[in-house]
Design a protein around this ligand. Structure first.
Ligand code: FES
Ligand code: FES
Length: 215
């Protein structure tokens, strides 16, 4: 199978939430070839960084100005994390670092040497989708899918924050930040993740299911 044939993968609703596969897979862009071309340029300064991504260690020689998002996409061909705005406004690039959500376009890869990074590709275990991924499928929490990997990673991090008692702007009683996650709370806590397809009601429903909150 040649490289372009490798990208003729059937994109199902499951592959969208499992790997973030969307328009780029459909377009058949050769990310691995692009990554090799970038790595081959000897004129850029480099820093050696060890990134632990989805349980695997990767040692990279990077231009120290490389964002984490570009390291994932262009150097490791982990294209599930999407570049929407590239300046912290859409959330499409959200990943988890040591369990906390972060916009990977706003942080440098070199700042995360040795830290544990989870991307959309690392949420499923074996053949089983992460409960949040399964809930997005069940509730049609996406249309085009471009925002979806960021929405899912953000939702996983958001539930951890809420369970840890971190309040949000919408929390009515700061003395009781573990109060039930209402729709208003969920929407506020997820407000950093924009969906141009406006799948918000379904996203909220999926998050509530994953959190065990009755709709
Ligand atoms: Fe990072 Fe939009 S691509 S926030
Ligand atoms: Fe299309 Fe959210 S599903 S942008």
């Amino acid at each position: 199978m040649n490289e372009s044939e490798c990208f003729q993968i059937e994109v199902t609703r499951r592959t969208v939430v499992e790997t973030g596969a969307t328009a780029l897979l459909l377009a058949g862009l050769p990310h691995a070839a692009l990554a090799r071309a970038i790595d081959a340029d000897p004129s850029t300064p480099s820093a050696t960084v060890e990134l632990k991504i989805n349980g695997r260690s990767h040692v990279l020689n990077l231009d120290p100005r490389t964002t984490l998002l570009d390291a994932l996409r262009e150097h490791l061909a982990l294209t599930g994390s999407k570049k929407g705005c590239d300046h912290g406004q859409c959330g499409a690039c959200t990943v988890l670092i040591d369990g906390r959500r972060i916009n990977s376009c706003l942080t440098l890869a070199a700042m995360h040497d040795g830290q544990s990074i989870t991307t959309i590709e690392g949420l499923a275990e074996g053949g089983d989708l992460h409960p949040m991924q399964a809930a997005f499928v069940e509730h049609d929490g996406f249309q085009c899918g471009y925002c979806t990997s960021g929405q899912i990673c953000s939702a996983v991090g958001m539930l951890s924050e809420a369970h840890a008692g971190m309040p949000s702007y919408a929390t009515a009683d700061l003395a009781d930040p573990r109060a039930e996650l209402t729709d208003v709370e969920i929407r506020e806590r997820m407000s950093g993740n924009i969906c141009r397809c406006a799948a918000y009601p379904n996203i909220v429903a999926a998050i509530k299911q994953s959190a065990g909150i009755p709709s």
